[in-house]
Design a protein around this ligand. Sequence first.
Ligand code: SDX
Length: 430
Amino acid sequence: MADNKAEFQAGGVSHNFNIKDGAIGPSVVDISSLYKNSGMFTYDPGFTSTASCESKITYIDGDQGTLLYRGFPIEQLADHGDFLETCYLLLYGELPNKVEKDDFVNRVTYHTMIHEQMSRFFSGFRRDAHPMAIMVGTVGALSAFYHDSTDIADPHQRMIASLRMIAKMPTIAAMAYKYHIGQPFVYPRNDLDYASNFLHMCFAVPCEEYKVNPVLARAMDRIFILHADHEQNASTSTVRLAGSSGANPFACIAAGIACLWGPAHGGANEAALNMLSEIGSVDRIPEYIARAKDKNDPFRLMGFGHRVYKNYDPRARIMQKTTHEVLGELGIKDDPLLDVAMELEKIARSDEYFVEKKLYPNIDFYSGITLRALGFPTNMFTVLFALARTVGWIAQWKEMVEDPSQRIGRPRQLYTGYPERDYTPIDQRR
Ligand code: SDX
């Protein structure tokens, strides 16, 4: 870029700002001095043009449909890596060597149990409580049990808290599921890998041996990789903002889980499967496409569209491949919902409304079909998203806490309410 300056004229006054270039991707205009020098704020609801931080963790090119974790394409990590290796990469910036990996896997493995008293926590919930409600509550309560890793100024405590959350999320998620279906909790097993251990905790019962299918475990592990991190999405921004006040890491992750739950975000995988079930058959697709295009109808195609991707979400491609792998392994010849999903994608992608608005399937479009085939009920889908995204939230939280320029996040506003006015006694009111 020729001159790294941006000029802004307002009320006949000119303001100059530095332009900062990233390693790749869009540059930014540093407007941090704007209010001090002009008395004005920028205005960007939804943050469509706002970079909230500098980060080295994940890069997305929405036009190309590219996703890099620490520079490595998601396709390569999904094909050749595994989830715990990806966790190490996101947390520390490099792929681990053999010694580093074995040590990391070992440390995570020996943190998978939760404090025994926490199991009593679950019985406070109604059996029909949504597993995400149980997850938000239980993760938020971790700081009541692990207060020896809540001092965020201590690097050792930050590392222990990070390991604890990566290790305990599958246990908590499985317990939320078991509690919801009225089955006894299954303890983690140190002889199983991360994904196999999770499937075992979800689907084993005390009455018989449960053998984890290695093909399904590999698919589960890959699904975790796809969901691990995604730049400054809504829930990650929530975690960063919560962390900027110095809140303990468990509370910050609970805030991220709460934000992820929304159907516009991580809750879309549950909403997408419910939508496919509601459509039910290929011949009803036109009716729903018409509703999605109707400005007066709040209905949207769940699992479609994205704030950043204006091309195919690379994760959706890998997820679709995984769907076929899992259905094939399970001998499911034709899944009517998959037929609906594929036909819906085909019709939507040739429809001018979706083409013009650059709406493509996102990660949530096919994930529900895969997760249902793996045996999970729909209301567990976002729990699995939260399980996998925990490492991304933690890596981003760690990066923020370790950034020497970090300060509390405190946006301003455009105020359009009443100017100052005097109190009116009740007998003088309208
Ligand atoms: C995730 O940010 C991330 O990275 C998130 C995530 C991650 O890994 O963390 O990728 C995970 O949350 C994926 C997205 C899951 N959500 C859904 O699938 C819900 C359905 N999608 C939409 O709600 C929407 O596309 C969003 C929320 C994903 C994006 O919303 P934006 O960027 O605010 O886009 P928008 O609502 O401004 O839509 C732009 C236009 C609008 O039409 P106009 O007002 O311009 O005429 O596209 C239309 C929208 O009406 N549109 C859709 C649509 N999505 C957008 N129309 C029909 N169906 C849709 N799904």
